[in-house]
Design a protein around this ligand. Structure first.
Ligand SMILES: Cc1ncc(C[n+]2csc(CCOP(=O)(O)OP(=O)(O)O)c2C)c(N)n1
Ligand code: SF4
Length: 260
């Protein structure tokens, strides 16, 4: 069969997401960041809100998110994305405003901004990528690093006695009155990808209804920082991360449903 025949329009199963720019992704091959970007942009496209969406990029591997997403974006200093998103949303209440943050950014340096924006119930969406370490700066221990998990600053494994236990910031924000929808997802397989996309859509749609804050965690891999192949990192994630960070909705319609 000739290439021309194979590439007929009716055989097309996938095409580039139109709202992802042509910029080459700076993520390591196999990393979940790229997939999560794609899903957010697919939802923005399907909802027809490209002109009305503003994303806030963090400091971390996704520092260049604004280069990859063809929407208006701003950049916040480390951990300050929810504060910046608050200001933007209050100035333009009709815009769809989301933050995109890693666990070092959101759950360590930006703990205060995260907690207070969630407590105030700002009408924004927070997309939180939990890969268990600080990816960009060399794989240091993050608040989300599992007990016993090795990182560049816990080379013998996290010791809960001296380093404190990992904390589930997602369960924590779910308990705050201001959060309306809180869920935990992953993007390592087609089924979870579909669920994650639904969660992103729900989070953005809730902004129309002025319901309060939507918080979507993605448990993801950092194959480079974990020093594994992409496949091995996904298996490791299923075996080690998911039991501690279970998938699914934690708060729906302002009511806790699990993980409390
Ligand atoms: C206030 C401040 N502290 C530390 C840094 C250095 N820094 C830049 S990115 C980063 C880690 C980001 O990790 P994470 O948010 O988990 O994102 P990932 O790279 O894993 O996606 C750190 C510590 C900084 N830029 N600013
Ligand atoms: S260092 Fe980790 S989080 Fe950063 S792009 Fe590479 S795999 Fe992804």
């Amino acid at each position: 069969m000739e290439l021309k025949e194979i590439t007929r329009p009716e055989n097309l199963v996938y095409k580039r997401t139109p709202l992802m720019t042509d910029a080459t992704l700076s993520y390591c091959p196999g990393c979940g960041h790229g997939t999560i970007h794609r899903l957010i942009m697919e939802v923005v496209e399907e909802m027809g809100i490209q002109e009305d969406t503003i994303g806030i990029a963090p400091v971390g591997c996704s520092v260049l998110a604004y280069d990859f997403m063809d929407i208006d974006c701003s950049q916040a200093a480390h951990g300050r994305a929810p504060a910046l998103a608050t200001g933007i949303k209050r100035l333009w209440p009709d815009k769809y405003v989301f933050t995109y943050q890693g666990d070092g950014d959101l759950a360590a340096i930006g703990t205060a901004e995260t907690i207070h924006a969630c407590n105030r119930g700002e009408n924004i969406s927070i997309f939180f990528v939990n890969n268990g370490i600080y990816g960009m700066t060399g794989g240091q221990m993050a608040p989300t690093t599992l007990e016993g998990m090795k990182s560049s600053t816990s080379p013998y494994g996290r010791n809960n006695e001296t380093m404190g236990p990992p904390y589930k910031i997602t369960e924590l924000v779910a308990r705050l009155e201001g959060t309306y929808y809180v869920t935990r997802q992953s993007v390592h397989k087609p089924g979870p990808v579909r669920k994650a996309k639904k969660a992103i859509r729900k989070a953005l749609e809730l902004q129309k209804e002025n319901k309060g804050l939507a918080f979507v965690e993605f448990v993801s891999n950092c194959n480079s920082g974990w020093k594994m192949t992409p496949n091995d990192s996904n298996t490791w994630m299923e075996e080690h991360m998911f039991p501690f960070y279970p998938m699914g909705d934690i708060k729906v319609d302002g009511k806790l449903v699990q993980g409390t």
